[in-house]
Design a protein around this ligand. Structure first.
Ligand code: BES
Ligand code: ZN
Length: 691
């Protein structure tokens, strides 16, 4: 049995909490030390672009995994009457594993607290209207001082949930006006008063069409607004907190909506974060440039001052002013494209309003890329973009994208909510791919495929990545985690769907679903067998810490636990629960417990837990998500007709000690293990191994 120190559970838990604060053992170190998983290697690059190498996510040949319990139990089934010993001897001994030798270094960091880094919930953004002029080099003459920069004009419509005399926005390295009169806080003119004013104006002024109404670039009437009387009296940019703080002359009133307006500037980043510059050589060897975004997890604030936390979903309206010779793409469909401005070198493109979405999904690109286009059965316009030289290599991605989008519409039983989907391939890209709603961005090698040059494995990896990112369009984009601590659910779910999605793309030819156990699950086993692993769910208080969570536990263990829940419930019921969940929380946010509760409601009659109560997803999932590791199930023959099963946490090195904060696992490193088995080839109902 697993040796767990229970000598003073309460005392040790308290101490573990203390270590929590004091320990210098960061997840980053743990991940860095022992992760040799090619999939997570790919993911790790998302955090550290400098580590870039050319490895693709390699699929292994299928062999039997000794932990594939189903096969194992089947082997025994011929002779055996399964007897699950309910009272497995639980010789949990006290080993004094409270390891005093471990160094405790007290917290020396004086960085901001998690609370200081968060935004208050007093103000809720409803709508952003951003006009952005992007000085991408290589197209037109750009004044020297403007090269590699952008100008923004922003209006944020804000709802006041609690009275406040302060507006706080996330912002990093943006040039905000220092003149306080450059900020305006407006409010809607009440309809009745506006009508009166319009009538008066029409009586007194010579009649011109719409004389009292402002019209925007798309020819639409702008709602009438007037100064609210509230002024900005102080502006502070705090780069440590990544915030711009605006102190106001008066209190914003609860229940009111205001428009906060100002212009600002920024620089096009060179580090693949926020709005950054990407470049490539064309067929003549000339340098070509494009500007593109990568916002997840917390880099939208580098391009636009905003409420940059996933729970602040809002509608985005964009107008991009870009150089002649370039085109602009964003999350939503364009309304006016490449329209002339007053300056012959500059054109503009306007976009429809986005659906309510989190800021980390905001995306735009200004480039000279070309595209191939198709339509899905339900009429979603699908485009794949690449640099001109690679355009013939986009054909596979277009077919793959259309097919898997249609597959997910059927699987989720929810029509894709956008009128278009763009996917773009970039020579420089920090992650493998990013699921921005309606504009998915990829590293070239995960979107382009040329059968004459590339191996079948590359074709498969394109299908996998396309399937993964499109799965997020519902799970992640339509319904988004409330906070980054549920990132594992987002990425775990897309990992799970990746396999079915790839089968849909290849009409089953890749047989990906059959590889899950040997691929994702095996990766998870490898990582989670180490003492340096971590629970799937762990608190992420500071958004900056989330970058450490993009690892194989998040993706592969996350996917494996979800797959186990799916297997227990049965695919049909799981799918039904999922559809209910996506509909219930669409355009909004949810926590993992919301998913568990919705799935629990879809559990079929007669599916019980080990104790005979109706199967409850939340109760079952907790030990799997809140403690690290997993069990190995030992089967011992008792006599001719009986075997005894027992579980023990599997560790690759029994002596290695986990970080103190995870050492005293809440469930004593025990899990409820579902067992599927057959006797003489006859499949039996699932049984539980508990304790
Ligand atoms: N949401 C991630 C992209 C991401 C990763 C953003 C890390 C920020 C930090 C995306 O859905 C993803 O998981 N991409 C994978 C590719 C996937 C097929 C495994 C990646 O980039 O490694
Ligand atoms: Zn993902």
């Amino acid at each position: 049995m697993e040796e767990i120190d229970l000598s003073d559970r309460r005392g040790l838990i308290a101490m573990a909490e203390l270590y929590n604060i004091a320990s210098t053992e960061s997840l980053a170190q743990q991940n860095g030390n022992s992760n040799n998983n090619p999939a997570s290697h790919l993911r790790h690059r998302a955090m550290s672009p400098s580590q870039s190498d050319a490895s693709v996510r390699v699929r292994k040949p299928v062999v039997f995994s000794c932990f594939d319990l189903r096969h194992f139990v089947q082997m025994w089934g011929r002779w055996v009457i399964l007897w699950i010993c309910c009272c497995l001897s639980q010789s949990i001994s006290s080993d004094g594993s409270q390891d005093n030798s471990e160094e405790i270094i007290s917290e020396t960091s004086h960085g901001p607290t998690a609370a200081e880094l968060r935004l208050s919930k007093s103000l809720i953004p409803l709508w952003y209207n951003l006009t952005i002029k992007i000085y991408v080099p290589g197209f037109v003459e750009i004044p020297k001082e403007k090269n590699l920069s952008f100008d923004g004009a922003l209006t944020i419509k804000i709802r006041v949930d609690e009275p406040t005399n302060k507006i706080e926005l996330n912002s990093i390295k943006l040039g905000l006006p220092s003149g306080l009169s450059d900020y305006a806080i407006l409010e809607d003119i009440p309809v009745a008063r506006h009508r009166r004013q319009t009538d008066d104006a029409n009586r007194t002024k010579p009649k011109t069409k719409n004389s009292s109404e402002a019209i925007n670039d798309s020819g639409e009437k702008l709602p009438p607004r007037e100064p609210s009387g509230v002024k900005v009296v102080k502006m502070t940019q705090n780069e440590t907190l990544e915030k711009a703080i605006f102190e106001l002359s008066d209190t914003l009133k609860k229940g009111q909506e205001y428009y906060f307006q100002f212009v600002y500037t920024g620089t096009i980043d060179s580090k693949l974060a926020g709005l950054y510059l990407t470049h490539y050589a064309d067929k003549n060897g000339a340098q070509r440039y494009a500007a593109v975004t990568q916002m997840e997890p917390t880099d939208a604030r580098r391009m636009v001052p905003c409420f940059d936390e996933p729970e602040f979903k809002a509608v985005w309206r964009l107008k991009i002013i870009h150089p002649v010779g370039s085109s602009a793409v964003s999350n939503a469909k364009e309304i006016l494209e490449n329209e002339e401005t007053e300056h012959p070198d500059w054109i503009y493109t306007t976009f429809e309003e986005s659906l309510p979405m989190s800021s980390y999904l905001l995306a735009l690109c200004v480039s000279d890329f070309e595209f191939v286009e198709g339509n899905t059965k339900r009429g979603t316009r699908f485009r794949i973009w690449s640099r001109k030289e690679a355009i013939n290599e986009t054909v596979y991605a277009l077919e793959a994208g259309k097919k898997v989008l249609e597959f997910y519409e059927d699987y989720y039983n929810i029509t894709f909510p956008l009128s278009k989907q763009d996917m773009m391939a970039f020579p420089d890209f920090s992650a493998g791919a990013m699921e921005n709603w309606g504009l998915i961005t990829y590293r070239e090698k995960y979107l382009l495929y040329n059968p004459k040059v590339y191996t079948p494995l590359q074709k498969q990896s394109v299908a996998v990545v396309v399937a993964h990112e499109l799965a997020h369009q519902w799970f992640g984009n339509l319904v988004t985690m409330k906070w980054w601590n549920d990132l594992w659910l987002n990425e775990g779910f897309a990992t799970l769907m990746e396999y079915k999605g790839t089968d849909a793309i290849s009409d089953g030819a890749f047989r990906m679903d059959e590889y899950f156990v040997y691929d994702a699950q095996d990766e998870a086993f490898g990582r989670d067998a180490r003492a340096s692993s971590h629970p799937l769910a762990f608190p992420i208080e500071k958004a900056e810490d989330v970058t450490e969570a993009f690892d194989t536990i998040t993706y592969d263990k996350g996917g494996s636990v979800l797959r186990m829940i799916r297997a227990i419930m049965g695919e049909k019921y799981f799918q039904k629960g999922l559809t209910t969940y996506l509909n219930k929380y669409r355009y909004s946010n949810a926590e993992h417990t919301d998913l568990w509760n919705t799935l629990s409601e879809a559990v079929p009659e007669g599916l019980n837990d080990w104790n005979g109560n109706k199967f409850n997803v939340d109760e079952f999932a907790k030990p799997w998500t809140e403690q690290m590791g997993y069990p190995v199930v030992n089967v011992r023959r008792v006599d001719k007709n009986r075997i005894e099963l027992s579980q023990k946490r599997f560790k690759i090195d029994e002596d290695a000690k986990e970080p103190p904060k995870y050492r005293n696992a809440k469930w004593w490193y025990k899990w409820d293990v579902p067992l599927w088995y057959s006797v003489n080839g006859e499949e039996k109902p699932m049984k539980w191994l508990h304790e």
